[in-house]
Every structure is written in structure tokens, then in C-alpha cells.
Ligand binder design. Structure first.
Ligand SMILES: Cc1cc2nc3c(=O)[nH]c(=O)nc-3n(C[C@H](O)[C@H](O)[C@H](O)COP(=O)(O)O)c2cc1C
Ligand code: SF4
Length: 427
């Protein structure tokens, strides 16, 4: 069996699980029944042992997060499913909601039960009409079958899930901005602590997890922590859904066990570049991720190894640029995106992005000098270090990584580009 064929946690080839009866006939909801019959503390232990980490970007241990909500004295608790999926180039949560809705709902119900939450909100990206309607219908079906609502499977546990539509803001995927937007306030990030697990929706303890994270839970509860750990590596158990796009032969969603290399992802899963072309750069993690050169593709998809190599896995988008692409155009597009999405609350992000945009435009027009490039790096580093939230902290990742790996492309566009990029400073 090739790596591409093996379906592990997600059945990404088979789209038939929108049918509840079929899902149940293949073992679906068996994990929920098992969890409802067991001691919740044991189930939380299994999740912690499995080593599942959040797939929304921050990779926080999921079992620990559930335990934090569960141990709160406050009895009114919420679960929020983050389906905002705003990261450009990412489409895994859309796929899960459209094709595997009951796997998600089963995972949500288990997580809610373990955290002691009886109200859930599915926060869906504004543009996701089809996923929203599949989820609405699936929630209704699950309710009719006694798998949601009052007294689930006769256990005494009840959970209601309602849908909430985002309004098209990338920033509202950030958990505190998301909470503000549900509460009817401006979708802006808030100071942490308190964390949502302590004081979340309406000030109550709230479990916020990504769609992919929650959809991992049924298989872990069904097959156990050891099975899950056998899929990935010691550092990063399990698998990751990768949204693969750009200048490659096969684009789409693939499920990749942690430990596979980015070379496997680009060349085996993605089929490599189109005939006659070469891979020039690969963007990992979406607009807020980094650009790496072909020579770095042997780095494994693994949280620790990626962190050491300066790569952020983020939401798992992998976008390939072939040798016809301009790095500066790519970086400039991202800066424009973040400038559009920045809420303007803090100066480093608001002004840093504005200055970066001006410099990128000058560079592309051939009007920049080397001093502009040095300033671009300086502003970006301030933005990374001093911004209030993750948007500003990550917005410059493509700038810094491309300056590092493709510095000559910046220099060649400068009027005085013969000089060493850091000549003045390093002298
Ligand atoms: C600017 C910004 C946008 C984000 N957008 C998303 C998103 O669209 N979906 C998501 O699940 N997490 C997003 N996150 C991460 C969330 O804040 C949060 O960490 C996540 O939903 C927690 O779930 P997890 O532990 O399952 O990953 C975003 C974070 C930042 C800083
Ligand atoms: S970093 Fe950007 S998006 Fe985040 S609070 Fe500051 S201005 Fe707003």
C-alpha cells in the first residue's frame, strides 16, 4: 500500500459518511457509547496519553485543555468548535464538515461530555455555505437519533449544538476575538489570561477546539492511545490533514502521518512540480507561515523538528511555488492580506504592515534601495516581537524567511542592489 492509499484517522477518499446510518454501520458512534459508559477521568487520561495536539495552529495538548475546563468549579460550561478556517490555502475543515460531519459531531460530543459542557457552538466561516448546510442537517439527524440533545444514548448527558456564522474576518478565528464576536462585540483579540478554559463565553469555562482536532477523538477513543501513537512519531503522534495546492500535479486534501518529510508531501502525495518545472519554494502553514527552499524539504512533518528548523506547521497548508514564480509577489500578496485583516488595535502590527506594504511596492516597481530592505526586516522583527496577538506576530514570517533564503531576489530589485544585503550593519 502506498502512503497515499492508507486511510488512517480520516477517510479522505471516501465521501459517503454524510449518511448517519452508514457511519453507524461502520462503527461510528461506538466510541461515544464506550466513553459514556466509562469513567470520564479514564477517557481524559487516554486522550492525554495519545498525545493529540490542537490542529488549529497553536498545537496545545487537547487532553490537557479538556481537563482544564473539566476541573473548573463553575458548572455552566461551553464547547466551541472553531470552523472559521480563514488561513489562505487551508480547506481541511471544510472537507470534514462537508464529507465527515458525524465524525466531527461524535468527537464534539465526546469532548463536551469529558469537559462537562452541555452547550456547544459551531462557529463556521462566513463563506462556507455548503459545509454549514451539511452540518445543520447532520445536527438535526443526530438529534432525531438520540445522539445529540437530551439524554444522549440514555446516559443522562445532554448537549445542544447551535450554528454561528462568522462575518468574513480572518482575525475572528483567534479564540478570544471569536468569543467577542459571538457575544456581539467587535471581533478583536482580548488579553490572556484569563484563558477561555477559565473564563470563556459569557465569562464561563469554555473548551475551544479546531474541527480537525475534535474529529481525531472518536478513533482515539475507539482504538486507544497506543494505536494513535503508532501512526506518527514520539514527538507528534497521529496524522495531519494537509491542504496541498500551488504548482504541483495533484492538489487537494491528503492525510499524512507525522514523521513523513515535506519532500514526501510535495513529490509523493503531490506528484512533484509540473513537467519541465522545478520547485522554487514551498510555503508551509498558509499566509502566516514561512517560505522554504527545495533543499529544506527533508525536514519531517513534526512539531519539534519543524520548530527547530524555523517552520510553523500552522493549519497544515502546503503551497508549492515553481521556478516561474516571483518570491516578492508572493510575499507582497500576503502583506496585503494581513494589512486588510489587521484590526489596527496595536501599533506594531498596524504600522508595521503599512510600512512593509510600501516597501514591497517599491521593490516590485524597482524603486527601492538596500536601506529599504534593511528597514523591511527591522519593522518586521518589531511586528513579530511586539504585536498584541498572533496575527501581527506571524504576519511577517514570509518576509523573514524569504529574506533569509531568497535575499538575492530582494537585492536584485534594488537600485543599489550590488551591495551586500547587510553590508552596513555587518561591517
Ligand atoms: C489570527 C489567528 C487566526 C486563527 N484562526 C483560526 C481558525 O480559523 N481556526 C482555528 O481552529 N484556529 C484558529 N486560530 C487558533 C485559535 O486561536 C485557537 O488556538 C484554536 O482554535 C484552538 O483549537 P485547537 O487547540 O484545537 O487548535 C487562529 C489564531 C490566530 C492568532
Ligand atoms: S496584532 Fe494586529 S490584529 Fe492583533 S491586535 Fe494588534 S493590530 Fe489587531
Amino acid at each position: 500500500m502506498s502512503m497515499i492509499d492508507c486511510q488512517l484517522v480520516f477517510n479522505v477518499e471516501n465521501r459517503e459518511y454524510v449518511d448517519l446510518d452508514l457511519y453507524r454501520s461502520r462503527g461510528g458512534y461506538g466510541a461515544l457509547a464506550k466513553v459514556l459508559a466509562a469513567d470520564p477521568r479514564e477517557s481524559v487520561y487516554v486522550l492525554k496519553e495519545a498525545g493529540l495536539k490542537g490542529r488549529g495552529g497553536a498545537s496545545f495538548p487537547t487532553g490537557l485543555k479538556i481537563e482544564m475546563v473539566r476541573s473548573n468549579q463553575e458548572q455552566e460550561r461551553y464547547i466551541i468548535i472553531n470552523a472559521d478556517e480563514g488561513e489562505p490555502g487551508t480547506f481541511k475543515d471544510r472537507y470534514i464538515m462537508t464529507h465527515l460531519p458525524f465524525q466531527l459531531l461524535e468527537g464534539v460530543t465526546i469532548a463536551a461530555y469529558l469537559a462537562g459542557a452541555s452547550r456547544g457552538i459551531l462557529y463556521v466561516r462566513h463563506e462556507y455555505d455548503e459545509p454549514r448546510s451539511v452540518m445543520r442537517e447532520s445536527i438535526a439527524q443526530a438529534k432525531r437519533a438520540g445522539l445529540l440533545g437530551e439524554n444522549i444514548l440514555g446516559s443522562g448527558f445532554s448537549l445542544d449544538i447551535e450554528l454561528f456564522s462568522g462575518a468574513g474576518s480572518y482575525l475572528c478565528g483567534e479564540e478570544t476575538a471569536l468569543l467577542s464576536s459571538i457575544e456581539g462585540r467587535k471581533g478583536r483579540p482580548q488579553v490572556k489570561p484569563p484563558y477561555p478554559t477559565q473564563q470563556g463565553l459569557w465569562g464561563k469555562p469554555t473548551l475551544i477546539n479546531n474541527v480537525e482536532t475534535l474529529s481525531n477523538i472518536p478513533k482515539i477513543m475507539e482504538k486507544g492511545a497506543l494505536w494513535y501513537r503508532s501512526l506518527g512519531t514520539e514527538d507528534s503522534p497521529g496524522t495531519k490533514l494537509i491542504s496541498l495546492s500551488g504548482d504541483i500535479r495533484f492538489r487537494g486534501l491528503v492525510e499524512v502521518p507525522f514523521g513523513a518529510s515535506f519532500r514526501d508531501i510535495v513529490y509523493e502525495y503531490g506528484g512533484g512540480p509540473k513537467p519541465g518545472r522545478k520547485v522554487k519554494a514551498v510555503n508551509i502553514g498558509g499566509a502566516s507561515g514561512v517560505l522554504i527552499p527545495e533543499e529544506m524539504l527533508d525536514v519531517p512533518l513534526e512539531y519539534g523538528a519543524c520548530a527547530r528548523a524555523g517552520i510553523t506547521i500552522g493549519s497544515g497548508a502546503v503551497f508549492v511555488l515553481d521556478d516561474t514564480r516571483s518570491i516578492l509577489d508572493n510575499v507582497s500578496n500576503r502583506i496585503n492580506f494581513f494589512l486588510h485583516e489587521s484590526c489596527g488595535k496595536c501599533t506594531p502590527c498596524r504600522e508595521g504592515l503599512r510600512q512593509a506594504q510600501i516597501i514591497m511596492e517599491k521593490l516590485i516597481a524597482g524603486q527601492a534601495v538596500m536601506k529599504d530592505v534593511q528597514n523591511l526586516e527591522r519593522y518586521t522583527r518589531v511586528m513579530q516581537n511586539a504585536s498584541f496577538c498572533g496575527l501581527g506576530q506571524a504576519a511577517g514570517n514570509s518576509v523573514i524567511s524569504s529574506l533569509h533564503y531568497y535575499g538575492e531576489e530582494y537585492c536584485s530589485r534594488c537600485k543599489d542592489g550590488e551591495e551586500d544585503l547587510y553590508g552596513e550593519e555587518s561591517a
